[in-house]
Write a protein that binds this ligand. Structure first.
Ligand SMILES: Nc1ncnc2c1ncn2[C@@H]1O[C@H](COP(=O)(O)OP(=O)(O)O)[C@@H](O)[C@H]1O
Ligand SMILES: [Mg+2]
Length: 290
């Protein structure tokens, strides 16, 4: 295990899968912008079928990590294997083929504003599937239903939807090509607590029914507790990975502040009442880098 830096080895850890069960394998990753180093020899494993939550202070490099894994950001050093393939060694055609095996929901939903929901969902299918238009429209209809949107949403523009419905539409587009991996960047940010809980439930349902592996950047402690099998904490330019229970035992200033802070205390998993403070942007206070 080279995952993270500080999960105590004497604790019963989550089952360690064989390498073939690794969907994402990052080793020695270094990312930089000019003189700023964002990740410094970061290692991370993501197991098949797990929901991995990725947390860390604002600006700690969560989104850059996601973007680097999916090839939108250049790594200065290190290796990134996704679904058994070293992403740096692939031809353009192989990269495109690999890209169809994951779906991404970016922070802002990133829907095309001049297209209807259905047209948005059809984009990856038109680009990659080679299927006839009538079948593509039918698949889009299925995906829109799958994320819990009413059929009437299909012909609406993103601006005509609520924030939560836009997130669901973005999710339908991310699922268009039946991906094996779903990358989510702050999917519940900006949603009210009920909307956020509903979205978490949807992710969990989709994960179990479709067997997805989910890589989810989040600030939402409730999401972490409700649906994440393991959590990767980005601090000091690397990640520490463990279950919620494992991480709560670690003696690191940021990790302690995050998992034992006032916001965490209110959670039932931390022995709190579960009352109050359930807003998705809840962690803003604790989410500052140590
Ligand atoms: N395209 C970019 N150019 C220069 N700096 C960037 C770029 N993208 C991100 N950064 C910097 O990298 C750091 C990590 O950013 P990011 O991954 O977006 O943080 P977060 O953990 O909040 O998602 C920040 O300091 C940010 O300013
Ligand atoms: Mg971010």
């Amino acid at each position: 295990m080279t995952d993270g830096i500080a999960v105590p080895r004497d604790q019963p850890a989550s089952p360690v899968p064989s390498d073939s069960a690794l969907v994402i394998r990052v080793r020695g990753l270094v990312t930089r912008f000019g003189s700023q180093t964002v990740h410094d020899h970061l290692d991370l494993d993501v197991h098949r079928g797990e929901v991995l939550g990725v947390v860390g202070g604002s600006g700690s490099g969560k989104s850059v990590l996601l973007r680097t894994i999916i090839g939108l950001n250049h790594a200065a050093a290190g290796t990134i294997e996704v679904l058994g393939q070293d992403t740096a060694t692939l031809s353009a055609a192989q990269t495109t083929a690999l890209q169809t095996r994951w779906g991404v929901l970016f922070q802002d939903g990133a829907l095309f504003s001049a297209m209807t929901v259905s047209e948005n969902v059809e984009v990856p299918l038109r680009e990659h599937s080679g299927l006839p238009a009538s079948l593509i429209e039918e698949i889009a209809r299925v995906k829109i239903g799958m994320v819990g949107l009413p059929g009437s949403a299909a012909t609406k523009l993103p601006s005509e939807l609520s924030g939560g419905m836009r997130k669901r539409a973005g999710l339908a587009r991310a699922l268009a090509m039946d991906p094996e991996i779903l990358f989510l960047d702050e999917p519940t940010a900006g949603l009210d607590p009920i909307g956020a809980a509903g979205f978490d439930q949807l992710i969990q349902d989709l994960q179990s029914s479709l067997g997805l592996t989910v890589f989810m950047v989040t600030h939402d402690l409730d999401s972490l507790a409700a649906i994440c099998d393991r959590i990767a904490v980005l601090t000091d330019k690397r990640v520490t990975v463990g279950t919620l229970e494992e991480l709560r035992r670690l003696d690191h200033p940021w990790i302690r502040a995050y998992f034992h802070g006032v916001r965490a205390q209110e959670r039932t998993w931390a022995g709190g009442s579960g009352a109050g403070g359930l807003a998705a942007d809840d962690l803003a206070a604790a989410a500052q880098p140590a």
